[in-house]
Design a protein around this ligand. Structure first.
Ligand code: UD1
Ligand code: CA
Length: 450
């Protein structure tokens, strides 16, 4: 059965007190909406439709950057969750599979939970995801009769007895797409909020002889974000889970509470991540690599045996082969470092390729940007780049070559050559002694004159 995801992301999120649409606020460095889409991706959806409204252009950009195949539809006025789902109907016209409604501000639904909902769909027309709330607050309440879900009542419309129910609505719903769209068409707005409630489809479905049930999950999964405090809480929950998972899979973290992971960070067994390391999106660290303190990694790959940091920055496209050494205050961007290459101190390596076993001296810079274009630096195997070399790209240094310290290299260097590009040194015997004597005499004369 093919599946379509419908992700609701049109709300303003007034309580965020922000110019940024709520669903674009980041958790672990990535928009909440992207977490929700990634959760839904576990169902291998044939179609993904995001319903945008507030900040729709920014939402569209973020969605398409993550999944170019996704469709973004606009809900110009936020008239309620049923109205939001209805906006996805034209985009899914003729789609006969199941539709799954997710919320852009509910980032942590687990794949296993969605799989359990899909199983329950074999027995029921509508499956709603519920949870036992520690503090049910203003959530919608699920009214059950044994295994059957009779209806969902919104807090605002609930009686005292209904408010006492602790089984709450997460918002996640699964049903055949044509059935879902049929039902949302029939939803009215005669309620306390004057909104078109998606939750009303349960009553409507049962009146038509369809069946509904609820699958439950841990409250932590359905955590919704409505304020900055809840956003911080979501971040803390995410990091706590990511750290626990890393430890579980055999990663050494001497101070787990200081390490920050991204949604997709992959760290191999027996890797050691020292305190105060931050992972942005798209990082893979292989088994046995060592990431030392205060390093920041993003969009990069670190192979086994490599050592990074302390105080290193790996930016997108940094590809470190086995046993590479990246030391303190070194930045690597869009560069391939072959096995055993070393960049140990105070360097910038961008848009470059560095061959096996080459050593890059302290303070080396690949000058990759001419103000308009980016250019590549290619360094062969077993090369020795002297300290403080400026490599003005495009430039190639052949295998086994070396550059003198302080050189500005703007022409290719053939294999095995020494390139020197700096002023020749001149020593003037006695000059410094005479020079300082003159200056001191001048100073003492000025003192007397005053
Ligand atoms: C909703 C549910 C409630 C559930 C709670 C869980 C309804 C009527 N109520 O309430 O039962 O317990 O979520 O968090 O569905 N959105 C749109 N367009 C709209 C309205 C909302 O896209 O017109 C989006 C929002 O951006 C948000 C999501 O839908 O991502 C939920 O909307 P929200 O207004 O937060 O619903 P709740 O009142 O929390
Ligand atoms: Ca909400």
């Amino acid at each position: 059965m093919p599946v379509a995801l419908i992700v609701l992301a049109a709300g303003k999120g007034t309580r965020m007190n922000s110019d940024l649409p709520k669903v674009l606020h980041p958790v672990a460095g990535e928009a909440m909406l992207i977490h929700a889409m990634a959760a839904g991706a576990a169902l291998d959806p044939a179609r993904v439709v995001v319903v945008a409204g507030h900040g729709a252009e920014a939402v569209r950009t973020a969605v398409l950057a993550h999944d170019p195949e996704a469709q973004v539809v606009i809900q110009a006025e936020q008239l309620g969750t049923a109205h939001a789902v209805a906006q996805a109907a034209p985009a899914l016209d003729g789609f006969a599979g199941d539709a799954v409604v997710l919320y852009g501000d509910t980032p942590f639904i687990r794949p296993e939970t969605l799989a359990r909902m899909a199983q329950a769909r074999a027995r029921h027309d509508i499956v709603v995801l519920g949870f036992e709330a520690a503090d049910p607050g203003r959530y919608g309440r699920l009214v059950m009769a044994d295994d059957d879900l009779e209806r969902i009542v919104e807090f605002k419309d609930a009686t005292e007895a209904e408010r006492a129910i602790t089984l709450c609505n997460s918002g996640v719903v699964m049903a055949a797409a044509p059935v879902l769209f049929d039902l949302v068409e029939a939803v009215g707005n005669d309620n306390a909020a004057g909104e078109y409630y998606l939750t009303d489809i349960v009553t409507l479905a049962r009146a038509r002889g369809l069946s509904a049930t609820a699958v439950t999950c841990a409250e932590a999964e359905t955590l919704g974000v409505n304020s900055r405090a809840e956003l911080a809480g979501a971040e803390a929950a995410f990091q706590a889970r990511a750290r626990a998972e890393a430890l579980e899979t055999g990663v050494t973290l001497p101070a787990p509470e200081t390490v920050h992971f991204a949604r997709d960070t992959v760290v191999g067994r027996d890797a050691l991540i020292e305190p105060y390391v931050v992972f942005g999106p798209g990082v893979t660290v292989e088994s046995g690599a060592l990431i030392r303190s205060f390093s920041h990694l993003e969009g990069c790959h670190v192979s086994r045996g490599a050592v990074v940091g302390p105080y290193a920055r790996l930016r997108p496209g940094a590809e470190l082969s086995e046993d590479v050494r990246i030391g303190n205050f070194v930045e690597i961007k869009n560069a391939l470092l072959a096995e055993g290459a070393k960049v140990n101190h105070l360097s910038y390596i961008g848009d470059a390729e560095i061959g096996e076993g080459s050593n890059i001296g302290a303070g080396t810079v690949t000058c990759n940007y001419d103000g308009v274009f980016k250019h590549r630096t290619t360094i062969g195997k077993g090369v020795f780049i002297g300290s403080d070399t400026m490599l003005v790209a495009p430039v190639t240094v052949g295998d086994g070559a070396m550059t003198g310290s302080g050189s500005v290299i703007s022409r290719d260097v053939e294999p095995g050559a020494l390139a020197l590009a700096r002023a020749r040194q001149e020593n003037k015997p006695g000059f410094a002694t005479r020079f300082f004597a003159r200056l001191r005499a001048l100073k003492s004369q000025m003192g007397k004159g005053a």
